[in-house]
Design a protein around this ligand. Structure first.
Ligand code: PLP
Length: 489
């Protein structure tokens, strides 16, 4: 609302409401003639955008202003539709515009929009959701601690790991090992887990006690001629050596995404996680599975842990839990960890939690989302559509002069552009080619995503994407890559 100054110089709304006025709906606001500047201009002037070039945004405003969406298509303010091959940020798994979720949010808003969960107070909907999550989760999970984002949940995981070891009388056992190119969030702690220099620089990260090891990224990390088995054995030995060098009594946990999503859609070779788990077991190091992207069906199974042989002690979920219709995350805690936290803390209260922990609206939204996924068989569908997406991408880019690798699993895939293979040669500056291809895709009405510190574009569409839409995404991506290849030829 526009504002003016009142007599005392404080800010007041310029067009003050009368008590009897109806509060405008969102649609009313968007069509209000009193608001004369374009929405893009309003955004440019007032919104601080994440992961964006600040100065450029302040000068030029948004690349696109999206105003509505349905199925796998989002529409901008000019009415142009874009096939969203990224489901937002790997999250709108059941597709856009679902009435079931709107109804669930509506009903819960009127019944009980909010009550807190501190001091053993409770609301009913989060309890039902927790029961459902534990039923779905891998063996051994016991309790659910809710948050609102993947970042805050991974932050909480670090606190749980610290508390666990403090309660066990092991105050030295606190370090957490992550992987380079892992993406675990952006808070001080979760941003430290994230394994990208670009997300550390300027923020004085990583914080003390967070270490990074090599990811199972064959294209960039395997030695010439190295077999999968040898590569896996080498990575496991490297982790073992790191833990031994730091001192096993100082290393508390290892965190990993089943498939590293933002890191490049890095699918580990067979046997990777079982080999890693063996090292962790040997040194009594907890396994935290970050299922923020893979959880709730993305890989064609409920969780990536089920598919890849991960046995988590702690598990982080977000994104697909509500298909992003409402912010929600959760730390799933195994009985093994829970027993220590509960039994060893005696009468001391657990000194952690957010205003929005166990938010009933989020829980209602998640329950409806899980209902849709189960009723419509969307986990299996993600597997089937994913097989098509990956096969089509491989066909389309086989032998393409710019392409180093096409990789993926389930309904997640990536195309990495390289200047040469065997040995891999990267373009300089890195990211230039992927940025151009991504821009050409957008021009042609398809949204992909450029991944950091590589020349890779990714695909992670809604599970409801149709077979024809998959074929269109792949055809457009190929055409875009051809345009860029011609440019640099
Ligand atoms: C695997 C993973 N973990 C954590 C996060 C952080 O989640 P959020 O952006 O909700 O804080 C992300 C976000 O993309 C992610 O991909």
């Amino acid at each position: 609302m526009e504002q003016g100054l009142d007599i005392r110089g404080s800010r007041v709304p310029k067009f003050a409401y009368r008590a009897t006025d109806r509060i405008p709906s969102t649609l009313d606001r968007m069509s209000a003639t009193s608001h004369t500047e374009s929405r893009s201009d309003t955004d440019r002037k007032h919104v601080f955008h994440p992961f964006s070039v600040l100065q450029r945004h302040e000068q030029s405003g948004p690349r696109r202003m999206m105003v509505r969406a349905s199925g796998s298509t989002v529409y901008d303010e000019d009415g142009r539709g874009y096939l969203d091959a990224m489901a937002g940020l790997w999250c709108v798994n059941i597709g856009y515009g679902r009435r079931e979720l709107a109804d669930a949010l509506h009903d819960q808003t009127l019944r009980l929009a909010y009550y807190h969960s501190f001091s053993s107070m409770a609301t009913d909907t989060p309890a039902l959701l927790a029961e459902r999550l534990i039923d779905l989760a891998p063996e051994g999970m016991s309790k659910v601690l809710y948050g609102t984002s993947g970042s805050d949940a991974n932050d909480t995981q670090i606190k749980l790991v610290r508390l666990y070891n403090n309660l066990l009388g092991r105050p030295q056992k606190k370090k957490v090992i992550s992987r380079r190119r892992g993406y675990h969030g952006v808070t001080i702690a979760s941003g430290s887990l994230t394994g990208f220099d670009g997300m550390h620089q300027g923020f004085d990260l990583p914080m003390e006690g967070i270490l990074h090891t090599t990811p199972p990224y064959r294209l960039r990390e395997a030695l010439p001629g190295e077999s999968d088995a040898d590569f896996v054995a080498r990575l496991a030995a490297e982790l073992d050596a790191l833990i031994v060098a730091e001192g096993p009594d100082t290393v508390a946990a290892f965190i990993a995404e089943p498939v590293q999503a933002a890191g490049g859609v890095i699918v580990p070779p067979d046997g990777y996680f079982p080999a890693i788990q063996e090292v962790l077991r040997k040194h009594d190091v907890l396994m935290i599975a970050d299922e923020v992207v893979c959880g709730f069906g993305r890989l064609g199974t409920w969780f990536g842990s089920d598919l890849l042989g991960i046995e988590p002690d702690l598990m982080t979920v977000a994104k697909g839990i509500t298909s992003a219709y409402f912010p929600l995350s959760a730390c799933l805690v195994s009985e093994r960890v829970w027993r220590v936290l509960a039994d060893e803390s005696g009468e001391r209260a657990f000194g952690h939690g957010y205003t929005y922990t166990s938010h009933p609206l989020a829980a209602a939204c998640a329950l409806a989302n899980l209902d849709v996924i189960e009723r419509d068989g969307l986990v299996a569908q993600a597997g089937e559509r994913g097989a098509r997406l990956n096969a089509r991408l491989r066909e389309a880019f086989d032998g393409h002069p710019l392409v180093g690798e096409v990789r993926g699993r389930g309904l997640i895939a990536a195309v990495e552009f390289t200047a040469g293979t065997e040995p891999t040669r990267l373009f300089d500056p890195i990211g230039r080619i992927a940025t151009r291809v991504d821009a050409e895709c957008l021009e042609r009405g398809v949204i992909t995503r450029v991944l950091p510190d590589s020349d890779t574009i990714s695909f992670s569409p809604p599970f409801v994407i149709t077979e024809a839409e998959i074929d269109e995404v792949v055809a457009v991506a190929r055409e875009a890559a051809d345009v860029v290849a011609a440019e640099i030829a």
